[in-house]
Design a protein around this ligand. Structure first.
Ligand SMILES: [Zn+2]
Length: 278
């Protein structure tokens, strides 16, 4: 049985890209933070199931919750970078990006006392138009990135990218591990988590990941967010239907489904699954 990588993007409910039109970064401090409480619940769940995972953490969150960063490391999980303030790479110049990834790496290394090897772009915002970012990550000392979504989507996606881990031409020392997709019915469909996991029945998600493991013979990765196990989070009024569905649908089902997923597959940290194996 192949081992897949379990990952958590450590950010709060008001920091997601879909809420950018409604909540400015300058207003973040006004929202009650729930990320530490929710991430602690995830850490409890992982401990109960004996799963080690990778936590792609925002610098903004790490600065405000150093005890959480220490707990992630102390319990044997991998600490990795999700950038400082969840700014999509498509909205950054190379100079801004370089500063952001260096600052966040140093900050997390300082708080966690471990080397930071992994990076995940906000909303998988590395694609055909900004592959220079991969070279910047290599330069900054990251060993891998998990920032490309090899599908068509309105917010992200690079459908022509390889579906599985590859060394980019312009950054040969870096490993890019795209979000897991499944090919079925002549289409490439997402199956690495996010809103899809809440939308699809669990059996379908389970079938898709098994198909990747068995047919493609590849390890997959799964990602979710602390706010996805928090049905009590404050609701953002006035969001459009698409955003509402992506953010709020089936939140109350998430924890149970996660428990099944943790039980039905073998999981480990990104670095252990992808860096040591190849
Ligand atoms: Zn994110």
């Amino acid at each position: 049985m192949l081992t897949n990588a379990m990952t958590v993007d450590v950010e709060d409910y008001f920091q997601v890209s879909a809420f950018e039109p409604y909540i400015a970064r300058e207003q973040w401090e006004q929202w009650p933070r729930r990320v530490e409480h929710n991430t602690n619940r995830i850490l409890d769940l992982f401990a109960e199931c004996g799963v080690k995972a990778t936590f792609f953490t925002l610098g903004w969150v790490a600065e405000r919750h150093p005890a959480l960063v220490r707990r992630i490391v102390a319990e044997g999980h991998e600490l990795a970078s999700h950038g400082y303030a969840h700014i999509r790479v498509t909205q950054q110049t190379p100079v801004e990006f370089r500063a952001d990834v260096a600052r966040t790496k140093a900050l997390l290394e300082d708080l966690g006392g471990v080397a930071i090897l992994g990076y995940r772009a906000a909303s998988y915002s590395i694609g055909a138009g900004n592959l220079w970012a991969l070279a910047e990550l290599e330069q900054a000392g990251y060993r891998y990135s998990s920032s490309i979504y090899p599908i068509r989507h309105d917010l992200y996606g690079m459908p022509e990218a390889p579906r599985f881990a590859f060394h980019p031409e312009n950054a040969p020392a870096l490993l890019e591990v795209p979000v897991t997709t499944v090919t079925a019915f002549g289409k490439t469909l997402p199956c690495g988590g996010g809103g899809w996991f809440r939308l699809w029945p669990y059996a379908l998600s389970c079938w898709a990941l098994r198909r990747v493991n068995q047919r493609d013979g590849q390890s997959g990765l799964f990602y979710f967010h602390p706010w996805e196990i928090d049905p009590e989070q404050p609701r953002q009024p006035g969001v459009n239907l698409k955003t509402w569905v992506r953010h709020y649908l089936n939140l109350h089902r998430m924890e149970g489904r996660l428990r099944s997923l943790l039980r039905d597959f073998r999981w480990n940290r990104m670095d252990r699954v992808f860096l040591s194996a190849k």
